[in-house]
Design a protein around this ligand. Structure first.
Ligand code: GTP
Ligand code: MG
Length: 431
């Protein structure tokens, strides 16, 4: 069974712990903290790869974990960074959170989406030495890696989509138009997953270099839009094609009704599908009675403003006319080369920047600052470097935190906790 949507859990690597080691060398007069930082955990990305056409890689495995960062070492050595994990997905993969929120629409080969960020490495104890505490035993633990449950849905990006009832001859038509070799059989539901082929327009017109892709979709039946048959999962692919080719079996008794069934299903899925550029292919013209039904069928389509091309896919009859019509209906080469609609739309959910903070005074006389921005800031600051520490101070001033702290009554030398870090207020400038 063709895999059209999958659920998976991606887990980034945790950051390595910072080390809390002390220098102990006999010839060094005073020891001191020398614990290095933990390495960053590996992140998980989805990467669009052109060779991929299904989500089959994720059929049996649903959990993917990137490597954790290594722990920091003595002598200020940093832990090794965890390797990132890149999961290949086909173009046309739409990424949702488990809750159904759209994260991204991946259409361009090479496009990458970060789905779980690796944890930051913990800071080693070298960062926590202050004028007051010169031998801190405190080191940060690595940040846990982000974990996310995702739902991936594949919406094929084909230029032309073949739709029709089962057995109408869609696969036969794909085989007649392209080098694809889909399974063809005299019973319905032969095609269980989309087949793709490339139409070589140069074969007919040497100056036409376009190479549109054609998707042969599983047959739709009445009720497909409500989940009947296999077709439902594939209706979503139809939304992305530039031209719909509606294949109708004129060898069957009631082509008008058959045609109407498919149009109704398309409309039930999305009424805009009826507005899509559509070419109607009247197939199996070689069968007895088919030619007699053609005139009436064509007249009805004329009234709707739809073009009909009569063919026998089996015998290859009418293929030139059909290719000519497709060449006319398809967009120019430049547009064709760009991804199908929604053209290149990539929606990344951007977390709102949280600049707020709260200050509280603990009973033991210490202070606590809470606020995502500052918790990150301390994690990113290398307090051992004077330049970084000064930049950190400037940031506190610029953000208004310093003033707010002073208004709250903080004094030089007070202990201030921000996230997992403890600082002594004002000591960096005192030094
Ligand atoms: N006589 C005749 N038979 C055809 C023609 N085109 C297709 N067929 C036959 O119709 C049957 C169904 O063809 P398929 O191409 O498998 O039909 P399909 O629309 O792909 O069917 P599903 O995959 O089940 O949706 C096969 O036996 C084909 O050989 C045609 O032009 N003339
Ligand atoms: Mg088929």
């Amino acid at each position: 069974m063709f895999l059209d949507h999958v659920s998976l859990t991606v887990i980034a690597g945790a950051g390595g712990d910072g080390a809390a080691t002390m220098r102990r060398e006999s010839h060094v007069p005073r020891g001191g903290p020398d614990g290095g930082d933990g390495g960053r955990g590996g992140s998980v990305y989805l990467v669009v790869e052109i060779g991929q056409t299904t989500l089959g890689d994720y059929r049996f495995r649903h959990h993917f974990r990137a490597e954790p960062g290594g722990p920091g070492q003595s002598s200020k050595r940093h832990g090794k960074a965890g390797a990132d994990l890149r999961l290949p997905v086909p173009p046309g993969t739409v990424v949702f959170t488990h809750e159904g929120e759209l994260l991204a629409d991946l259409v361009v080969p090479g496009q990458e989406l970060l789905v779980a960020r690796g944890g930051k490495g913990g800071l080693g104890n070298v960062h926590f030495a202050t004028a007051v505490n010169q031998a801190p035993r405190h080191a940060q633990r690595g940040e846990p890696g982000a974990e996310q449950r995702l739902r991936l849905e594949l919406r094929l990006i084909a230029d032309i989509g073949l739709v029709g009832l089962p057995n109408a001859g869609k696969s036969t038509l794909l085989a007649a138009l392209t080098a694809a070799t889909p399974r063809i059989a005299p019973y319905p539901f032969t095609t269980l997953e989309p087949n793709l082929g490339v139409l070589d327009l140069e074969a007919l017109d040497a100056t036409d270099h376009r190479r549109p892709t054609i998707a042969d979709l599983p047959g739709l039946i009445e009720g497909a839009s409500a989940g009947a048959g296999l077709g439902f999962a594939f209706l979503r692919h139809v939304e992305r094609t530039r031209v719909l080719v509606h294949v109708v079996d004129l060898g069957a008794e009631r082509p008008e009704r058959d045609y109407g069934t498919i149009r109704d299903e398309l409309a039930a899925r999305d009424p805009r599908l009826l507005e899509k550029t559509t070419l109607v292919v009247a197939n199996k013209l070689d069968l007895p009675g088919a030619a007699d039904r053609l005139a009436e069928f064509r007249a009805a389509r004329d009234a709707e403003g739809l073009e009909v091309v009569a063919v026998s896919a089996r015998d290859g009859e009418g293929m030139t006319t059909l290719i000519d019509a497709l060449a006319r209906l398809l967009p120019d080469a430049a547009t064709l080369a760009s991804p199908g609609e929604p053209a290149g739309v990539v929606v990344h959910r951007v977390a709102p920047v949280d600049t707020g903070f709260t200050i509280s005074h603990d009973p033991d006389g210490s202070w606590r600052v809470e606020g995502r921005r500052f918790e990150r800031l301390v994690l990113q600051t290398d307090f051992e470097r004077e330049e970084s520490a000064l930049r950190f101070q400037r940031e506190l001033r610029r953000s208004g935190l310093e003033r707010a702290m002073e208004e709250a009554g903080v004094r030089d030398g007070d202990l201030v906790r921000i996230g997992p870090i403890e600082l002594f207020w004002g000591d960096a400038e005192a030094e």
